[in-house]
Design a protein around this ligand. Structure first.
Ligand SMILES: Nc1ncnc2c1ncn2[C@@H]1O[C@H](COP(=O)(O)OP(=O)(O)OP(=O)(O)O)[C@@H](O)[C@H]1O
Length: 352
């Protein structure tokens, strides 16, 4: 993986996880942005607390790095309950899940990250656990196999997914509350950056915060990461103050462009324009053209490019918009997607 990809990849790896946990907001009141989700969630939690019952199960969907794990931790903290963390890929067999469920204490919050990647038998066990707080332990094999029901303590499941569309309907329907996390706007990311700078003991003037925020792909994890790289640059190449010019020079060095597009984003756009004339082209063909897995293109690059209005998903495949051509310094063809939305000048027949 290239340095540039690491820098703007929405996934956290290695040492970064330690820094991240230091920067995580701990309570709902500290959580920045996602106003609607915060308000809905605070109602769900408050009413559960009043009834002294565990709240409904919560599903959070959204791109990586938008704060799903942080919110799961906040839910447990607001309820004053312990949190157990696991992930879909770790639940390969039903037994893996049964081992966790059977040791939950009453009211505990169970967080399953990447819940769409859970194996089928574990998923089926989860249906019953979510609905009836019970699991069936199957003993024996073939016609003689028997299911022994095992009561489990009432708990709250918090599931997170980057691909809500992949969740089977029976699982999705068992969540009482679904939170859709959206990309953050620049003002919200500035707040995230100011908070992180305070916690890291950095001086961050507003102009520097703005420059980093607008290049952070709408993602707090990336904002925090860019802040640390800009800090390095400011300390080594400047006088330590993160001015707009320092931030901009640092981010140019790391090949994060003015709109926050990184090397993968530009590779996807470049392939779409140069190899496929702007599309439409299927996801897997596009992924092969940039040498990435289709899932990486779909989960990491595409949501942001769609949000920026640079590509569109159509039933026939991915299509570049007129803005994509302009972004890469090329002239959009007259029939480019979205070009019709631009004002078109007609000769006025009644003129003269
Ligand atoms: N609303 C927020 N306010 C302040 N900081 C935030 C917020 N959301 C996320 N962050 C910061 O971004 C980092 C990444 O958040 P988090 O790990 O919760 O994302 P995630 O959506 O769970 O990502 P993944 O799906 O990759 O696990 C956190 O360390 C936290 O510091």
């Amino acid at each position: 993986m290239s340095l540039e990809r690491d820098l703007v990849s929405p996934d956290a790896e290695g040492d970064e996880q330690a820094v991240e946990s230091a920067l995580r907001p701990k309570r709902l009141g500290e959580f920045i942005g996602q106003g609607r989700v915060r308000e809905q969630l605070s109602l769900v939690l408050e009413s559960a607390l009043r009834r002294s019952r565990p709240p409904d199960h919560v599903l959070m969907s959204g791109s990586p790095g938008l704060g799903k794990t942080t919110l799961a931790m906040i839910i447990a903290a607001e309820l004053g309950m312990p949190l157990r963390l696991t992930s879909g890929p770790a639940l390969e067999r039903a037994g893996d899940l049964a081992a966790i469920l059977s040791t939950l204490s009453e009211g505990e919050v169970l967080f399953i990250d990447e819940i769409h990647r859970m194996a089928r038998p574990a998923e089926e066990m989860l249906y019953l656990a979510m609905e009836d707080f019970r699991v069936d332990i199957v003993v024996g094999k073939g016609p003689g196999a028997t299911a022994i029901p095992l009561e489990i303590a009432p708990f709250t499941l918090v599931g997170a997914t980057t691909r809500a569309g992949l969740l089977p309907a029976p699982l999705r329907d068992r969540f009482g509350f679904v939170a859709h996390m959206d990309f953050y706007d620049v003002a919200e990311l500035e707040q995230v950056l100011r908070r992180s700078a305070r916690l890291l003991g950095l001086e961050l003037p507003d102009e520097g915060a703005h420059e980093i925020a607008r290049r952070s792909r709408g993602t707090p994890r990336i904002a925090n990461r860019l802040l640390r790289r800009v800090r390095d640059f400011a300390e080594v190449r400047a006088d330590g103050v993160i001015t707009r010019d320092t931030a901009s020079a640092a981010l140019n060095l790391y090949e994060v462009d003015a709109e926050g597009l990184d090397r993968l984003d530009r590779a996807v756009l470049g392939a779409l324009l140069r190899k496929f004339g702007g599309g439409p082209v299927g996801l897997s063909t596009l992924a092969v053209a940039v040498g990435e897995e289709p899932e990486t293109v779909e989960v990491v690059a595409e949501p942001f490019l769609v949000r920026q209005g640079l590509i569109a998903r159509t039933p026939r495949g991915r299509v570049a918009t007129a803005s994509a051509w302009t972004h890469l310094g090329m002239v959009p063809p007259p029939d480019a997607f979205g070009a019709a939305a631009q004002p078109v000048l007609f000769e006025d027949p009644g003129a003269s």
